[in-house]
Design a binder for this molecule. Sequence first.
Ligand SMILES: [Zn+2]
Ligand SMILES: [Zn+2]
Ligand SMILES: [Zn+2]
Ligand SMILES: [Zn+2]
Ligand SMILES: [Zn+2]
Ligand SMILES: [Zn+2]
Ligand SMILES: [Zn+2]
Length: 1763
Amino acid sequence: MESTDCASLANQWQRITSEALFHDTLLNYWRVKVPEIFKSGELDNKQENENLKKNLLQPLEWFICNGEPSQMFQQLKQKSNPPQMCGKVFKSGESIYSCRECAMDPTCCLCVTCFQNSRHKNHRYRMTSSNGGGYCDCGDAEAWKKDVACDLHKLHSSLPNQDPLERLPLDMQQYTRALFSIIFRYCYNVLTMEVEGSIPEQWKHEKLEENFCTMLFNDEVHTYEQVIDTLKKAVSCSEKEAIGYATKVDREGRSQVRLGNQDKCQKAKLIIIKNTAKTGSKPLKVSVMHYALVAHQTFALRLLEWLAEIIAISDGLRVILCQVALEPIDDDQSVTEKLILVDTKLWKGARIGWHQLFMGSLLMDLEYKKRLAALFTKHYREAQFDFIKDDHDHNVSIVSLSVQMYTVPSVARYLVAEHHLIKKIVDTFFDYCSQKHVKDGKLNFERGSNAGLRRLLYSITDLKYVLTCKPEEWSEPMKNGVIEGLESMLKLMQLIQGMNSVSRQTDHHIEIEPEWETAFHIQTRLEPCITLLLDWIGSDQSLLIRAFRIVMLKLRYVITTRKEVKMENKQVSGHNVLCIEYDISTQPVSIHIPITRFLAGLYIHLGKYNLNYYKEGLLPMGSLNPMELMEGPLRIQVLKAQCQVGLWRRNGYALLNQLYNYNSVRFQNETYDKDIIMLQTCAAVLPPDHFLIAVLNRFDLIQCMDTQYDTCALSADDVQARQRNVTLLKEFLELLIIILCERYVVGVGEISDTDRIKREVIHQLCISPMTHSEINKSLPEDAQEETGAEDVVNLVGVFKKSGTTGKGIYELNENCLTSYNQYFYHYTRADKSRSEEHQRKARKNHKSIEVAAMVPPLPPTLCHNYSNMCRILECDIFVHILNTTIARTATSKFWSENSTHKALYLTGLALLEEERLHRESKSFQFSAKASEGNPSLEQNLQSLVGNQRIDVYKDLLEWVLKKFSEVSKLKGNLGTELPLEPKSMDDSKEEEEKKTKAELAQERRKRIMAQMSDMQRSFIKKNPSLFEDTNPLDSRKSSTTSMDVDVSDGPLSYAIALGSEQTLIPVREPSKVTCMLCQEEEKISDDAPIMVLTACIQRSSVLSSTRGKKIADKDSFDPLLKSADRYWGTHVSSCGHVMHARCWQIYTDSLVAKENKRPVRFRNHLSFDLSKNEFLCPLCETVGNTVITLLPDLLPVEKSKKQCDVSVEHMLSLIRDVLREDMELKEEAEITMDTATLSDETPAKQKKDDYKKPFVGKSNIGKSTISSEVWRLLSFNQQTNAKYSLKPHLPVDRTEMLKTFSMSIYTVGLNVMPDDSNSRIPIMCWEAVAYTIQTAELYLRVEEKPLFCSLSSRQADCVNALVRLGAEGITVYNHQHVRKQLLRLLNVLIPISVETSGCSILDVDMFTLLVSVCFSMPVLKEAGGKDELWSANLCADPITNKHIMTLALLAHVTQILLTCDLPEDAGSPVTEDMDDMYCREANCLQKVLRDLYIMAGVKRNVPSAFDLWSHVTTSCLQFLRCSALFFNSLAGVPFPAELRNIVFDEFGVLCRYLAVPANLASLFDSQLIPGVHTFLQIWCSHLVTQERLNHMETLLVRYPVQHNKLISLPYDYSDLMNQVASFVCPKSSGIQGESRAPAMCLVCGQVVCSQSYCCQTEVEEDTIGACMAHALQCSSGVGMYLRVRECQLLLVSSKTRGCFHSPPYLDDYGESDVGLRRGNPLRLCKDLYHKLYILWLQHGIPAEVAHKLEANSNLLHIDWQNL
Ligand SMILES: [Zn+2]
Ligand SMILES: [Zn+2]
Ligand SMILES: [Zn+2]
Ligand SMILES: [Zn+2]
Ligand SMILES: [Zn+2]
Ligand SMILES: [Zn+2]
Ligand SMILES: [Zn+2]
């Protein structure tokens, strides 16, 4: 439809005058057009989308604009007052920010743009990733305390405040209103229509076809697998299609799975229902729909999107939409209201469409938000009940919109005052519970039937939102709203009060553990609401009084109606008190007493208004007396005590779990803490003696306080009961300490909230130093999700950062030591003993006795309402209790050390209190009463001095007595002098103590030693670190060869590794190693048992410079001439641990046997893969898949003056002869076999060849003569040391070991099946040696370490052993193969003609070639006689190697020259600061390059001489360093001492060491290398070379080769999150295409859609997730990913194995935040990231994965392959 058509259509509509007529016209138009456009019902392709826009949407735009829309919209936009709020709706995965200083509540958040432009970025903020839904609150004055709008949104708020409608033309208003209204009704009707089969009458028209579809809807019951399986059966689609449907169903809520006639669709439906009902659950929802209906629904969804776009243009349009949305249609309800009620009937996509439209319209404007909120509140109960029955996630339900309304303070207050919001919410919850879960007037739950309740708990969170912002002013309706809410709340609490009560099991153990968790689930949600409600009520006097009386009456009602209260008389020490009769060991107790606790919470507010329990007029008639009030909390304390004693052992775990939660950080604030407050309240209002007797009575300890208690005769039962009472007494005293000391509650003690938090933090740090997050975890969070620790922690702790990468920890500030109270009430038992131990150690040598004795700290002054509480400390009963306890210390058998300590502690406390009150001139009688009686407390205390029984507490006793006399002095009565223990006695005692301690320690050490050797002997290791401590050197140093042997051997600065000048090295004794399994020590020699080094072979792409390039066909691949871009490679690593070959065999056999015994389904659950020959090093658990045989050192070559130095010239000519002859031979034999391709050699053919030529060279006379001539001349110096000279073949089993090792490299390196006769085996071994050395060199370079001695011993051991083994290859490999390969290598290095030179010199990795040639060169040797044997020493010939090295360097420098890419010479003369020599050299190089260009036909100008010279010398360093490492291992000549440090002239030193000219230009001089020009000519005239050079292809490898790094990550983590937030799953499309777990490959930076069905692929018959698949593609199956949404690192080591690792992002406290739970800003830690890089570089990922899996077996059960 052209725009003219649009215009005319719009015009036509505009001319219609009646709204009804317009409605019919439009609908008629849609009735025809919509099914025409959406042929299959759903939006299928681009074309349909185009048609939709042209035919359906654009006419609407023309209509409302009355003309060309784009222009009009532009104008509107300019005039429009942009919304005061940003309102950006969050995509999932997007980062969102909340300011911890300014946000009204934690749900207020900003989008990244607003955040970046706001002040908050300099505040303390939280960052997290969105789950989708919700919008940016920027600009909402009610969301922020300050800095309400960001700079972007602030700009606009200055525009004049004008009615937005005024800016719209009148006709537009009219058209828009009419259109919106029709659309709203249309969308509502269409989307809520549930018609099976036929199409409703009003949508019919004659052109409609009879097409149907089977529509599948999602539910949260069936799994992905079930859905996929069912679909495959029902609509016989492929797995891939089924996954597509399932994904769509999951994302959008429904999907068409079949199109066709009604029967076909019906059939599919039935199969789906039948299949999914099988499991006994509800079947999947599926219906057969007419395609036209689906088409209308699709269109309706698009209309909603369109509306959202349109109203974003102008605030005027938005206002019209809001009005339309709230305008009543039929039966007085608006569409919005109706939608609240039908939400759960819609499928997911339709719901989201509506919700998002609401967010963009009604919720963007305070006025409409209020109106929507009122509607929402009106139907709150219905919506919640619908939600319970529904099975969709909370965030796709309309009830989740509550957070957008109830968190807005003005809206919440309006609703509380006008719409009974609090009552509404609580009643909804109450009604549901009382319908379903009430028994005997209390809540009662059974296991497995609480799903609905769990969904309903969201409503309690709504209540929290409402209560988050306390009103500053109270209106009468507001107060009423709160009071009616409180009354509802009390109704609910009544159901909770006393629930899950327990009675002690006396005869047998409880049979079924009762359900107890649900009560705590409710508590979790309810707790913040209660805290907030208390805060609300406490802020207004009249409200507080009203509430206090209501709660008091409610409590009385509950207590008195449930059980009659009986009283009994109790007497202690002459005091008589009426106590409540109750026996906890026989009668039920409940730990749920919310009403009592609520009352306690209100009571602490009374003080503010000078109100208290006895205040006239406060208490209603018939209030409970304090004895009754304290009963509930007291019973719980006694229950706890009795549990400690073991009286409740038969009640099982349910009780223990409840008590655990009761005390836990999560719940304590509204449980335990409030109970203590209630007890303190009663302690303050009751006469002190009465209080104490009541408590004693409840503990059943009245008798125990009788002075005659333990003197009368006792039966056995009595003894047991008394012993129990000893423990109960301990608990009683502890409760007393808690009641008296715990005054850190605002309203109880004169403190601020900061003081309270400070004290909490101090006590946490007393347990041990902690990280920031550990401290936070140990403290309760408030409604703002803050603990407050951050503000105080620096006052009481000292922050220490261990290194830059380690966690930062806080240690307790020294001057806080005196605040430590070991009976701190939030300590668990474990905390208590850990803190005691830690403090004892920390204070051991402290001078101050207060600190050393850990005396009680002076508690804060009590508030007025509680001041009477300290009268307990001077009352008769208190002194009596202390005196009795102390007196028993000396004599009684029913005594405990701990009770005495607590009695001393309490005495100290009383004295401290007396001291303070004396200062305030208030009277206090404790010291007076304590000196009364016979014996008095004071006398009893003094008699304890020197008593062995309390030896541990003698410091405390000393301090108490000191304090006593101080206080007595203050009071004027001279206390008795303190009898100090004689000093001498003290000393001798101490010495004795020391002695015993030393003895004990020695014994312990002995025991540990014995244990350790036991452990070593038994194969497997519980504690590897212990082992390493015992013999740190043995296993390491032992196998280390040359590298650190000669450090002390005088100056070696002129060491030379090659040539006739080779530095002499002494013959070494065979090194010794210890088997880590049997602990035997062995020499490495031919006649000793074979020793092996554990090793791990991996395919690697770490050095690749063309990432993603892979070996195309592994079976025909020719690995000989290693490609210069090193795109493949084989790496060998080792943990450095040595074993007997025999022991290793036994060990691996046992592993296999063990595995075979396991059931098949557990087979895979190992941290290593036995099928790949993997095992774990028995000592350090590093994963390995082979072992390297350790071989004796090669013979040092003695320098003999007589020995003739064979010239290069001679060698070259001989080699040329060999090559030529080889060529001629080939021609003769007309062998078609091309040397360049090995692939066509079938194994069978090879065997035949082998058969024909059983011995090397024997088959051909000519060859043999030349060979022998060569070797005569290149005479090896084997005659030096008779003892070693004639080496036999390797002993047979060594040969076998070597063959096995080579085979492992071959099979792993190429990922092929073993094949004994394959000619590629030797090549792979040489390559592995070269690759491993290259990696080691790179590691040193990256770490900026010198070449010398910088490899870790295990790296050095590994390299040495590998090189040694490489040399040994000559004795075992098939010489036929080796010779053939050598000739091909030489054809590149020493080319004799272009035709034979094989591949282009530019394509060869020269170092690999060098290594291969050195290892294979000896095959050219003709065995002269039968007595002459093959020996690895042949490979170490210094003369041959020097020549090879020189030639290889020549070739490499040529590579560098040819590929250099420097700016061309500007003609400036060579700079003068170069001296002559370099000048000449540089000019020579320039000339060489010019010649090369000519030879290669390159038309380029050469760069300046100096540039070129410095480029070449730096570029060949990598090659030289690798070569030095190689020859160092091979020849055993130590590195020159200079290389111990990073040297300035590394180049020069290396050249000298390798005996190559430092003047690189001289390489091109035919004086040095005869015929060099021919070489150059041949190299340059190679076709490929020329082509590469002339096109300067990107394929070209340039030098120095840039090493791979991990990708660079942004410093701020949120940048990374936002970068990845826009990532969509590559296999899905559209708005729903977001990926749930995007993971970023740190090697190449690609983001993949991990852990999701959509992106699974099949590899070698396994279905694997995107991470695994990418790892195979990107880096040989080993991968490192950052899971961006979780901020978690994923390491992947094979298709089925991986582990999580901490990410390189840390917060200011040096901690990572996996899952972004804490939300602190995270920044990249460079050092950590570098460590990860090194881990990758050193191929350490498989080892790390195995370690992690081994350490945590739970990880084995994760399906890594799906990630
Ligand atoms: Zn924003
Ligand atoms: Zn903003
Ligand atoms: Zn802020
Ligand atoms: Zn052994
Ligand atoms: Zn190991
Ligand atoms: Zn990658
Ligand atoms: Zn995907």
